[in-house]
Design a protein around this ligand. Sequence first.
Ligand code: AMP
Ligand code: MG
Length: 493
Amino acid sequence: MLSLSHDFADAVPALATPWAAAPAPQARLLVLNEELATSLGLDPSFLRSPAGVQTLVGAAVPEGAVPVAQAYAGHQFGGFSPRLGDGRALLLGELRAPDGALRDLHLKGSGATPYARAGDGLAAVGPMLREYVMSEAMHALGIPTTRSLAVVATGREVQREVALAGAVLVRTASSHLRVGSVEYARGTGDIAVLRDVVDYAIARHHPEVSGDDVPALGLFRAVVAAQADLVAKWMLVGFIHGVMNTDNMTLSGETIDYGPCAFLDAYDPATAFSSIDTAGRYAYGNQPYIAEWNLARLAEAMLPLFDDDLERAVAMAQEALARFRPLFAAARSAGMRRKLGFADADADADADAETVGVADDEVEALAGELHEMLERARADYTSSFRALSDAARGDATTLSRALGGDAALGVWLERWRAHAPDPVVMDAANPIYIPRNHLVEEALAAASAGDLEPLGWLTTVLSTPFTERSGAERYAEPAGADFVAGFRTFCGT
Ligand code: AMP
Ligand code: MG
């Protein structure tokens, strides 16, 4: 059995609307993340049982649990929506994992709530399996993210352009607090509500700042740091979130809301896959700026807790926000260093003398030139970086082909090799397998037709993205140019 607390509902009642999931009489488990279940102290065989499946869709409420729809606001594509909230989701409650951490157990697709507005409160099998695949791939790549525990088909029909099979995704997170949660609290006009949500975020994520002179400022600084690190990690693997609205940005620094996200294939910073992002606001290359913009919205919402004097409060916010760019640059540069096969800048003196001491400027210069070549050739981002390992081992044929025989490569290789790049460092930083758009589409199409095997294979391959797996060659290969050119993603599906 499952035992859940209702910490959030107790601590921030103004943002918690008790609600029940829609019944799912034909519930059928499609995928269960046994590894995650076990790490949470949950028994996979219970979760597979009829009672377990009913719990996973929210139809059977664990004793003591108080499922709630969470209220939040959000800046969507730059415009403010004061009332969004969980329109088709529920926080079942929090779970104390064996490692001591408190985790949210959350449902998506569990029926319309008071925040549903015009929506039907439902989700289809395909998009929920997609979130499962993408979030678990991100976790395997070492990127902070919400995790997916299970996808359950509900037996309900969901009307989209055509009728689709409905599903519930069960996900976990270190919390579902968003920038938009704080914006909503601020919007109530009640400073006590703002204080509740900020205090709860501090208790949950950064108890170390609770003794600061201005704990809210300590929290803001910590969120700035967590987001700088997160977005740097996205950039380093070519992840495009696709809908970085403030309601889709966590305070924890975990990636959340896998709607229209996709990985970059042909390298071009202007890439935006989302069908509704026509202006490219959330394009790959814009992500750090958008994160900073979102953090400015967070600071605005928190101002009354920084200082009673507005001028001083704004100065504090600006100073804290100014840390974003250097923190992002440092995280990106540290990652780029590893992608190029150089040991960490602060590696100690007894490390291999050949691999320490590549200056930051040199890393930046090499990375900059390599990215120019990648962009000129519209080269596949992931496989090109992986081909660097071969180049470090002496064979640059694959890399040269990927870069379309760029004439600048020879000089670049000479300069790079002079620093003795370590292919072992590179192999641990440049994945072979990412959830390539054509593979995800293919697995989801099969799953929607009732065949879950391709999806199982895909998730298995993606679970060890840095390790070559025999028989998995096609999972490492880019899609054909036709697929790449026409690929679009969709949100809210
Ligand atoms: P998203 O684009 O997924 O971040 O969602 C933005 C807002 O729309 C959130 O408040 C969601 O809860 C809500 N929403 C998205 N899809 C639905 C749906 N099918 N029914 C009700 N609300 C939805
Ligand atoms: Mg969302």
